[in-house]
Write a protein that binds this ligand. Sequence first.
Ligand SMILES: [Zn+2]
Length: 461
Amino acid sequence: MRIASRLYYSAVIVILLFSAVGAGAADQTIVLKAARMFDGKSKALAQNVVVVVQGDKIVDVGSNVAIPSDAKVIDLGDMTLSPGFMDAHTHLTLDFSGDFNKRRLEQLDLNVSEQAIRAVGYARKTVEAGFTTVRDVGSRFVSSREFVDVALRNAINKGVIVGPRMLVATKGIGATGGHFDPTGGFRDFLFGREPDYTDGIANGPDEVRKAVRFEVKNGADVIKAAVSGGVLSLADEVDTPQFTPAEMAALVDESHRLRKKVAVHCHGDQAAHEAIEAGVDSIEHGSFMKPQTVALLKQKGTFLTPTLMASEYIMSKIDQYPPTLQAKAREATAARSEMFRNAVKMGVRISFGTDAAVFPHGQNAKEFALMTGPGMTAIDALKSATSNDAELLGIAQKVGTLEKGKLADIIAMPGDPIADITATERVSFVMKEGKIIRNGTPSMRTAAESTNITDTAAPVD
Ligand SMILES: [Zn+2]
């Protein structure tokens, strides 16, 4: 008995020794040093900071922090550290940039698997641009029942591919003939059947509940719905309501029962008013919201995700869209500037979201300059992409600030983003959950981009 127990204890000690060695190797302490830091919530940048990372977490942060002797020190010099940026409105499985009609045909030509393979590149570009988390609000392939966003999220979580942490919405839910109806604008019955709840198309409160349940069953982290018309859909008007108040109430009730937040695509004022009253968590776009509706948004604490990049990009190449879409884009863009200025003035909670896919993936940070143009301060814009988005996404206990105990999602950009907000477009260091994804030149290039490469610095991965 005594021998047995001695053997047992020896075995335990050996196991403990081995696991201690194992933990040491896996959890090399990394220390990041930089001239400045935005911590995600303070009103000003901190100077000369050190962030200590062990495993996937931040274990210490500040100006007077002892550097562990065994740490690997990365001195980023005249850069600014920030929590990894978040984008609350992306479509990482899609790409609507480029010629509209060509894209429209391409979505009929391309095998969904091929589109999924392209999405792997979009995910990599996004994270290498400093966006370590995205809320991906809609992944739809006409006449396909694939859940490509769920697959992309899972492959990233399992470490199969590199990309941002994704909260996905699967198809998104909308009305027959509305912004989300994938057959809208095509000849009737071209695809052989009317889309139903399995495509995210639902009519009436009960069907809306069924669609929510179906999407959650298939992996949705968040529920997205289109409650008004949109710009890039051919068969609707941009500001018409597309859900009834009863449908919106069912949408919010069912989603919240299942502990999922609700983001609604909404340009129109009436639809926004009804959606805010119904209790949605964020209004996406919000272009035509009148001051009274913006005031209601403020009163209810609902987030506004302005997606200024989307209309900016469309307006920059407006001639390439069909005439009906050109008219919708012009109207929405003209209205949203005043709406956004009002929202900033009234102190509405603003989340950072871009609608990436409308413009090429990886350019998300251009939204910052568009937000500060109409009066938002640089620090508030940075907050919108970090602590605000973390709160909207319901992950603020894990990410969004650089604090002890948080996951080590840390990025760095050259210079001072308060003096020049476009520094956010030049992120060159990206760490996600303690792993360095980029330190210097990005690794992500498509074959077409590779032909122009002169700089061959090895990427850090
Ligand atoms: Zn969108």
